[in-house]
Write a protein that binds this ligand. Structure first.
Ligand code: NOJ
Length: 750
């Protein structure tokens, strides 16, 4: 359900009317904070030095007693029994986790429950769209529900903690992990980050359907130079605070209990050893009282970074910076004891890290129910429960972006006699789940071909693959063109394989891989009406298709319900509502490209030589941030700003009249941007500050009111203070970051 209300603020929620409805966030500190402090301190007081260190060590699993038949080895049993680990990752299954937990709480001396962590990124057994796709819904309520479903399934399977949401801002589509985040914008990213944290953690962490969230990768990981994973991020502190850290703060405000330190360095300091990030900002400024986990081996990687000479130094720099739990580098396991004995790490520092970990375990209720309600029966009930699958279809429909629809080719008429379904992604199960799909079963994917056959049972559907995703062979292209010639309409599914985005999956090109370009060109040369469906984990270069193909849908990787969702859109059961959460460049040469850039002293003017531009390409993107079409059109008129002058504590109301000028009902996402005209430092040309979904019948018209809290205009000024600076602002209200009506207002001193 999308909110049809007409007043928007950054905070108004319109939760889906569903039994899966997520609740209000659990703010920290929790109401019984005093009691938790006392219990944590008393547990801590009973621990030996080795047991304390154990709480800060996380091992990877594969420690299964489950259907795989693998047994817990004596060595593994001994590690848990001796209290040498506080957490395991990559172990799932109610029965499997139960046995491991039983050893911890019944056979170890200290009886401290383990925390089971997993990358639950976009679904567990029911696979939802990749996070970038979900962000294209611009629907925080739907995204919250998606996270809630994931949490419900994962928790039933014994998982306590997800390494999500990934809230990294990404301005470079070459970077493979752009698939895993919410795109380029701090405001949209913050809304999505908060929604996901609320969904994972629920109204109460003690609810057996809740799992702990982890805001990652802290920080600046998305700024990887050249779009190459793990690379250095060169981010000035002001940009770090005003852009990259914004979604992290939103995750924290929504109650996120853990953060993950990132692999990259900024300004010579790798995050896993950055006291500035982990203590000054996170604890001193933001008052975070959960714990920080390293990324996989990121403490050990302080050595190749050249930030530590050996594992002992790496452990010392990390824990003294404020990094609490070591994921798999073993530096804490092997070095903390001697570091404490030598006085290089104080017992107070160690105790504080252990306290943070224990506190989160208490908040999750593990000391009263170490299994957190997971049982094989619950697991059977929850995994791929029909309500979850329905939520995945709804989320998938909302994630689709209509990029082009010349001559209103879409929606397709119901009485088509013949359809050619072509392309390496048309009848594909494995790739549609996307990166980080977790313990999914790809047999549960509804392919595009399945969806079309189900939705158009009267049509003769001919399927030809044409070519593979990345291979060099072209032999199937002729039969694809022949099938196209014999059909009324062609649906052509092209894109990337699931492993072309995600971790360590960066590309230097944004072009369709393999021979798919040839396939698209040959099929289009038949002159038949062609709908190209892109499936990919990043913005691709769609320039040729934009110029030559009548209809284009960007469908990312939509998960299990992909085929149903795309067919819903193709045949008009659902009119597209998605909007781009990231700019699509004309070519890789424009990268990095993002809408909230600076103006420069010589703003782009393609007619003027000495301006900031390219000789061989316009500076504008192919599709701007916020862009997306639907099956009707809208007119924006009559922008009114309630007051000409405001103060920092005010809320400004901005109204426009929106009219549905087409022949069908439709939804518009009305977007509000501002520009701070002159500052103590330069400001972006536009910044998104709010949006509102509006549903209008054909010919309908309504006044849309957007509210802008003036304090949302604050930024880090020349003096590094975060505040609103008095002066003139331009406000834009429109359908994307490149269009809109505009007006002005003034912020005057308080
Ligand atoms: C490395 C990835 O960077 C991180 O996102 C993930 O959570 C961990 N591995 C654990 O799988």
């Amino acid at each position: 359900m999308r909110c049809p209300t007409v007043v928007a603020t950054a905070g108004i929620l319109c939760l889906a009317a569903s039994s899966l409805r997520a609740g209000e966030p659990e703010r920290q500190p929790s109401p019984n904070a005093g009691a938790i402090v006392r219990v944590v301190d008393s547990v801590l007081a009973g621990l030996t030095l080795q047991e304390k260190i154990g709480q800060l060590v996380q091992y990877s699993g594969g420690w299964s007693t489950g259907p795989s038949g693998r047994r817990i080895s004596d060595e593994q049993r001994q590690i848990i029994r001796a209290g040498q680990t506080g957490s395991l990752l990559n172990v799932t299954g109610a029965a499997e986790t139960h046995e491991l937990q039983r050893i911890a709480v019944e056979e170890s001396r200290a009886r401290i429950p383990l925390l089971f962590g997993l990358d639950v990124i976009h679904g567990f057994k029911t696979t939802f769209p990749i996070p970038l796709a979900e962000a294209a819904s611009w629907d925080p309520d739907a995204v919250e529900l998606s996270a809630r479903v994931s949490a419900t399934e994962a928790a039933a399977s014994g998982v306590h903690w997800t390494f999500a949401p990934m809230v990294d801002i990404a301005r470079d589509p070459r970077w493979g992990r752009i698939a895993e985040g919410s795109g380029e914008d701090p405001y949209l990213g913050a809304r999505m980050a908060a929604a996901r944290v609320r969904g994972f953690q629920g109204a109460s962490l003690r609810d057996p359907a809740s799992i702990i969230a982890c805001a990652k990768h802290y920080a600046g990981y998305g700024g990887a130079e050249g779009g190459r994973d793990y690379n250095t991020a060169d981010i000035p502190q002001r940009t770090l605070r005003d852009v990259y850290l914004v979604p992290f703060k939103a995750a924290l405000d929504a109650g996120a209990q853990t953060f993950m330190a990132s692999f990259n360095e900024i300004d010579g300091v790798p995050s896993s050893g950055s006291r500035f990030l982990l203590t000054t900002i996170l604890r001193d400024e933001w008052k975070f009282d959960g714990f920080v986990v390293s990324d996989w081996n990121s403490i050990g990687e302080l050595i190749p970074h050249g930030f530590a000479a050996n594992p002992g130094e790496a452990a010392e720099r990390a824990i003294n910076a404020g990094l609490d739990m070591d994921m798999e580098s073993h530096c804490y396991r092997d070095s903390l004891e001697s570091l404490v004995r030598q006085g290089r790490v104080t017992i107070a520092t160690l105790d504080e890290a252990v306290r943070r970990v224990l506190r989160v375990k208490f908040r999750l209720g593990l000391f009263s129910d170490p299994y957190h309600g997971a049982t094989p029966e619950r697991e059977r009930q929850e995994l791929r429960n029909p309500a979850h699958v329905a939520a995945a279809r709804k989320m998938a429909r909302e994630s689709i972006v209509l990029m082009k629809n010349a001559g209103s080719l879409l929606p397709l008429p119901p009485n088509l006699k013949s359809i050619a379904v072509i392309g390496p992604l048309a009848s594909n199960h494995g790739d549609l789940v996307g990166t980080w799909a977790g313990p999914t079963d790809t047999n549960d994917v509804v392919t595009l071909l399945d969806g079309i056959r189900e939705t158009a049972p009267g049509a003769q559907v001919t399927y030809v693959q044409g070519c593979s995703i990345a291979g060099a062979e072209t032999t199937g292209i002729a039969s694809a063109a022949a099938a196209a010639r014999q059909s009324e309409v062609v649906i052509l599914a092209v894109g990337e394989s699931e492993d072309m985005s995600g971790e360590a999956s960066c590309r230097s090109s944004l072009e369709l891989p393999g021979r798919q370009k040839d396939l698209v060109r040959e099929v289009c040369a038949t002159g038949k009406p062609v709908v190209v469906i892109f499936m990919n984990g990043r913005p691709l270069d769609l320039s040729w298709e934009q110029n030559h193909v009548p209809a284009i849908l960007e469908t990312w990787f939509l998960g299990h319900e992909a085929g149903h969702a795309i067919a819903d859109v193709l045949f008009g059961a659902y009119a597209p509502t998605g909007r781009l959460p990231v700019t699509f460049p004309r070519s890789v040469g424009q990268v990095p490209i993002y809408y909230n850039h600076k103006n420069t002293g010589r703003p782009t003017d393609d007619q003027e030589h000495y301006t900031s531009r390219y000789l061989d390409l316009p500076s504008s993107p192919l599709y701007p941030f916020g862009f997306g079409l639907t099956y009707t059109s809208f007119r924006y008129a009559d922008l009114r700003i309630a007051r000409e002058t405001v103060k920092a504590a005010d809320t400004l109301l901005v109204t426009i009249t929106l009219t549905n000028t087409g022949l069908r009902a439709g939804d518009e996402t009305v977007q509000l941007y501002v520009r701070d005209e002159v500052g103590s430092v330069t400001r972006p040309v536009r910044e998104l500050k709010g949006f509102q979904h509006v549903h209008l019948d054909a010919g309908g018209s309504t006044v849309v009111t957007l509210s802008l809290p003036v304090d949302a205009l604050a930024f880090t000024g020349l003096d590094m203070r975060h505040r609103v600076e008095p002066g003139m602002f331009t406000v834009y209200v429109g359908p994307n970051a490149a269009e809109g009506l505009q007006g002005r207002f003034q912020v005057v001193p308080q």
